[in-house]
Design a protein around this ligand. Structure first.
Ligand SMILES: [Ca+2]
Ligand SMILES: [Ca+2]
Length: 255
């Protein structure tokens, strides 16, 4: 549930974003969960239908691949988040997901939640990264696939609001039969994939536990709505926003 505090902060963030337009700063393009669903070829509301709360926006990578009969797709992932978890009942349940859709039909074979803030799949522990918490590296393994072509999507989603950044490290995408070009991101780029939102290649040790897949891995992150100040005036507004943010977090802790 969105607190009144969070609603006020979003209002401030929007005010700041609008104020930059008249100052000659490029207008930020807000990419919504609907945009992400369209990019991934998923039905409208598919991300909200994970029942973690209303999907607001997120980032993802996707690719098509051809599977031999009985082939299994697997990859490593590490879900990271700055959402606070210490106050039961106040959790805003950002999550990471995978979908595997047959390109010859419309069935989504694996609308599968990889991890979430609530720890439904894996417990979250303190992270040595810029994120507060993480699951550590885990492995997703699909069911055996029928022969055919598929579209794979892996992503991370902000729910309820755009605060509390979450992220997802991905590496070692592989098929048990056949191969996935650049499945370990060792080319140092997203060759073979298309990406949406905030996606980049990072070193092998970004997470506390290296995925054991060479020197590169993919990092997807949700977008934090509070923009970086681009002038002194905006910097002042940003400090005010951060002060308000700290007040809100304290207020929530006292509740
Ligand atoms: Ca969040
Ligand atoms: Ca790798």
């Amino acid at each position: 549930m969105m607190t009144g505090c969070r609603r006020r902060l979003i209002g401030l963030a929007i005010a700041v974003a609008v104020s930059t337009v008249g100052g000659g700063v490029a207008e930020a393009v807000v990419l919504t969960a609907t945009d992400l669903e369209q990019f991934l070829g998923l039905p409208d509301q598919e991300l909200t239908n994970f029942n973690n709360g209303p999907a607001v926006q997120g980032s993802a990578l996707q690719r098509e691949f051809t599977a031999a009969a009985g082939s299994v797709l697997s990859f490593n992932f590490n879900f990271l988040t700055n959402e606070p978890m210490e106050f039961p009942g106040t959790t805003i349940n950002d999550f990471a997901f995978v979908t595997i859709t047959s390109t010859t039909g419309t069935s989504i074979l694996a609308p599968f939640q990889l991890a979430d803030v609530a720890g439904s799949n894996f417990p979250l522990v303190s992270s040595s990264t810029r994120f507060a918490s993480e699951t550590g590296f885990r492995t997703f393994t699909s069911s055996a696939l029928a022969a055919g072509t598929y579209r794979l999507a892996v992503g991370v989603v902000n729910v309820t609001d755009e605060l509390g950044e979450s992220g997802l490290l991905i590496d070692n995408l592989a098929l048990s039969t056949g191969s996935l070009t650049n499945g370990g991101f060792e080319s140092g780029n997203f060759s073979g994939f298309t990406v949406f939102g905030e996606a980049r290649i990072v070193g092998a040790n970004f997470g506390s536990i290296a995925p054991g897949g060479g020197t590169s891995q993919a990092l997807l992150t949700t977008v934090n709505a509070v923009p970086e100040p681009s002038s002194l005036a905006l910097a002042g507004m940003g400090v005010a926003g951060l002060a308000g943010f700290g007040w809100c977090r304290r207020k929530r802790s006292a509740a």
